[in-house]
Each structure stands twice: as structure tokens, then as C-alpha cells.
Design a protein around this ligand. Structure first.
Ligand SMILES: Nc1ncnc2c1ncn2[C@@H]1O[C@H](COP(=O)(O)OP(=O)(O)O)[C@@H](O)[C@H]1O
Ligand SMILES: [Mg+2]
Length: 273
């Protein structure tokens, strides 16, 4: 496989990252259901698992059956031409496992070799992005070099924020990281990275706190960022979908339609209508 030089490692137009340093807010769920909705439109999607905990890879355990052999570790560390795993006709996966945790330390020493540590993934992902209509990177729940590389490779990022518990500093931290990455020349900048939207998740219609937290998100970030108006609802169907390695649309047509609309307006259109 021909990887571009570091200087040429631009973020590709069709690469989207799902990023938020808080765990359990629905990043992986968003990645899976966006991929499924895009696939329903007959688009070829590549899912990229950048989380050493590999929840995206494990989501598909009923399809994969045996442990994965080559992972993002082999791509990022060895430059190996890792073959994406075909999950179905339209969706493929570049998988992860715990080996990926070691990459964080490796990225940290790259600067000494004059390599741009923020842009390693951008470089290695480029040939894959040329083969796909859409690439979705599922970032880990931290602001470590793996997340920075996910953001460094992407043109757009979706930031899921839970409506279940108030996390005052969660959004400012990821925003600060994104802004820093746009101008970090020494480590490798990605000036084209755009926050596509903040996606409120886990909206609990029966709980009392969700409306208040959603309003807080709108009040504090609505001026600078687009807050997707329909939050992801907390529904058991999402858990049932995980346990069967299917997208939520297979369990609940209405929830599937939610993601169809989300993908149409937030991923396939350049500007908010
Ligand atoms: N809207 C929701 N309704 C029901 N369960 C959800 C919802 N969002 C997330 N979950 C569950 O919470 C857990 C964490 O979600 P996940 O997408 O893996 O979060 P993250 O990738 O941000 O860590 C999963 O078990 C998932 O099924
Ligand atoms: Mg996850």
C-alpha cells in the first residue's frame, strides 16, 4: 500500500471522527448507527476503531466470531497493509484490541524523530479513505494521542454529550483540544477540522434531569456550535442491538429512521439546512 508522506497527510473530506473524552456517552453507538444509516443509502463505509478497549470491534463479536488478527496497532506501528474486515456488503472495519494502548507511548516519542505525532493516522488512513465513501473513526474516552490522531485525520467531528448527568467541563475540554490541534504546527496541525455538531445523547424522557441538561447544553454552546435539535433517546433497543451485533434499526424502525435523518442532514450535507 502507498502511504502519503507526512507533509501530504491532509485530512480527507470524507473522514468523520466521533470524539468526546467522557466514556459511556454513546460514541460507539453513534459510529455504528451512522454507518448503518449510510449503508442503507448504499454508501461504502469504513469504521475505524481507535479505542484500545475495542468496544466498536466487540460490538460486532457475533459477526467476527474469532479474535481479530491484524489491528490498528499493526497499521499505525508497522505500517502494515491491514485488510479491513467486511461486516456486510457496505460496511468494513479496521479493528482494535488492547495492543493499541501501547501506541500512545510510541506517539509520545515521535516528536524526537521529527515526525508529526498528531498526524500518523491521517497518513495511514489516506489510502483507505480513497476506497470508501465515508470513514467513521470511533475515538477512545480520553484526550490521549489516539484521540488526537483520530481528530487529526478527520475533516469533521461529531461530539456526543450525555443528557443524563451534567458534565460541566466535558465540552470545553474537547473543544479546547480541537482548537489546539487546528494550530499545533510542531506536533502536526489539522486546520481544516470542523465541529459538525454537538449531539445530545441518552435523553431520558422519564427522568427529570434530561430537559435541564439539554437546555444547559443549548445555552452554553448553542451560539458557537450547532446543537443537533433531536437528542438520541435512551432506549433499551440500543442495548438489545449491541447484544446481537446489529444496528438499532433492526430492533426499532423509528430509531433507525432517526439515524437516517441524522446522517442525511449532518454527514451527507455540507451545510445545515
Ligand atoms: N441512548 C441510549 N439508550 C440506551 N443505552 C445506551 C444509549 N447510549 C448508550 N447506551 C449504552 O451505554 C453504553 C455505552 O455506550 P457507548 O456507545 O459504548 O459509549 P462510548 O463509546 O461513548 O463509551 C453501551 O452499553 C450502550 O448500549
Ligand atoms: Mg466507545
Amino acid at each position: 500500500m502507498l502511504f502519503p508522506s507526512l507533509e501530504d497527510a491532509q485530512s480527507q473530506e470524507n473522514i468523520l471522527a466521533i470524539g468526546m473524552q467522557k466514556g459511556g456517552v454513546g460514541k460507539t453507538l453513534t459510529a455504528v448507527n451512522c454507518a448503518a444509516a449510510a449503508a442503507r443509502k448504499k454508501l461504502h463505509v469504513l469504521l475505524v476503531d481507535m479505542d484500545p478497549q475495542a468496544s466498536l470491534t466487540l460490538y460486532f463479536k457475533h459477526i467476527l466470531k474469532s479474535p481479530v488478527k491484524q489491528t490498528m496497532y499493526n497499521l499505525l506501528v508497522e505500517g502494515a497493509a491491514v485488510e479491513p474486515i467486511r461486516l456486510n456488503k457496505y460496511i468494513s472495519l479496521l479493528p482494535a484490541n488492547i495492543d493499541l494502548a501501547a501506541v500512545n507511548q510510541l506517539f509520545a516519542i515521535l516528536l524526537a524523530t521529527k515526525t508529526l505525532p498528531n498526524r500518523v493516522l491521517a497518513r495511514y488512513l489516506a489510502p483507505y479513505a480513497q476506497q470508501a465513501d465515508l470513514v467513521i473513526i470511533d475515538c477512545p474516552p480520553s484526550l490521549d494521542p489516539l484521540t488526537i490522531n483520530g481528530l487529526g485525520a478527520a475533516r469533521r467531528v461529531i461530539v456526543p454529550v450525555s443528557c443524563e448527568e451534567m458534565a460541566e467541563d466535558a465540552v470545553p475540554k474537547i473543544i479546547q483540544t480541537i482548537k489546539g490541534l487546528r494550530r499545533d504546527e510542531a506536533m502536526g496541525a489539522n486546520p481544516q477540522l470542523e465541529v459538525r455538531c454537538i449531539l445530545p445523547t441518552q435523553y431520558n424522557s422519564r427522568g427529570s434531569s434530561s430537559p435541564r441538561i439539554l437546555q444547559h447544553i443549548k445555552d452554553h454552546y448553542g451560539k458557537e456550535y450547532y446543537i443537533y435539535p433531536e437528542p438520541v433517546l435512551r432506549r433499551e433497543a440500543y442495548q438489545h442491538a449491541v447484544s446481537e451485533s446489529v444496528d438499532v434499526g433492526a430492533k426499532d424502525g423509528e430509531l433507525g429512521a432517526y439515524w437516517d435523518t441524522f446522517v442525511e442532514s449532518m454527514i451527507l450535507q455540507r451545510k445545515v439546512a
